[in-house]
Design a protein around this ligand. Structure first.
Ligand code: ADP
Ligand code: MG
Length: 215
């Protein structure tokens, strides 16, 4: 399956719809251990990103331009910490696919892994610190391992989705070392991290996109 800018327009639309459907739930999660705006921030960011990507002419714009447009739009739309984290993620994905007109399976997985790396570089969070990294890092590792052993894109992202869900669930028992929740000490134990929850939703959207009938 070769992924084009047109496919990425479809992917961003899928992500934006799934985040919009979970907006209130994400705000509730953030209300418990943060300031309650995570659903609004992600919804605004994804909505801006999908609009910016949709505005591109797929005959003229390469996938790198789609990721860069998403990065800029997301950053401009979001004042919360998720803004620069996802803007960096999309920028890194764009850099990973520079000069390519369409993306093969391995290139698409590399772009996905570049997003996870970008989030880690920008936020300096390690796994276990109760952030979105707890969903992104194991998902990226699972997809990279799977593609290296010859798995299909569908299999890669099925495994990534599963890893992201497990990573997200595991944040429930953690204390937070980064972000707002880090000020609350043990009071955050028992609550899922909102950023890990939205990451698991996005990664599930990508898994949906990677199913053959979406390609
Ligand atoms: P804010 O905390 O500014 O209101 P959001 O509510 O949009 O931002 O996002 C909160 C989420 O951001 C957290 O649940 C966590 O997953 C993530 N986060 C915060 N700081 C970091 C960081 N340094 N690295 C990675 N993720 C982070
Ligand atoms: Mg918040």
């Amino acid at each position: 399956m070769a992924i084009t800018t047109k496919d990425l327009q479809h992917l961003f639309a899928l992500i934006a719809a799934d985040i919009a459907a979970n907006r209130d739930h994400l705000c509730e999660l953030d209300g418990a251990i943060g300031d309650g705006d995570h659903g609004l921030a992600m919804d605004a960011g994804c909505e801006a990103a999908v609009k910016a990507v949709a505005a591109l002419d797929p005959a003229q714009a390469a996938p790198t331009a789609a990721f860069n447009a998403a990065a800029k739009a997301f950053l401009n739309a979001v004042g919360a910490s998720s803004g620069p984290l996802y803007a960096t993620a999309f920028m890194r994905a764009g850099a990973a696919v520079k000069d390519r007109q369409e993306l093969g399976d391995e290139e698409f997985v590399r772009a996905f892994a570049a997003m996870a790396e970008g989030i880690q570089d920008r936020g300096k969070a390690e796994p276990g610190e109760k952030t979105m990294v707890d969903a992104w890092k194991p998902a990226a590792d699972a997809a990279l391992d799977a593609v290296a052993s010859g798995a299909s894109l569908q299999q890669c992202f099925g495994l990534a989705e599963q890893a992201a869900r497990q990573g997200c669930d595991a944040t429930r028992d953690m204390t937070a070392a980064k972000g707002r929740a880090s000020r609350l000490g043990d009071r955050v134990i028992g609550h899922i991290d909102p950023g890990a929850a939205s990451a698991a939703i996005i990664i599930a959207s990508i898994a949906k996109f990677a199913q053959p009938h979406n390609g």
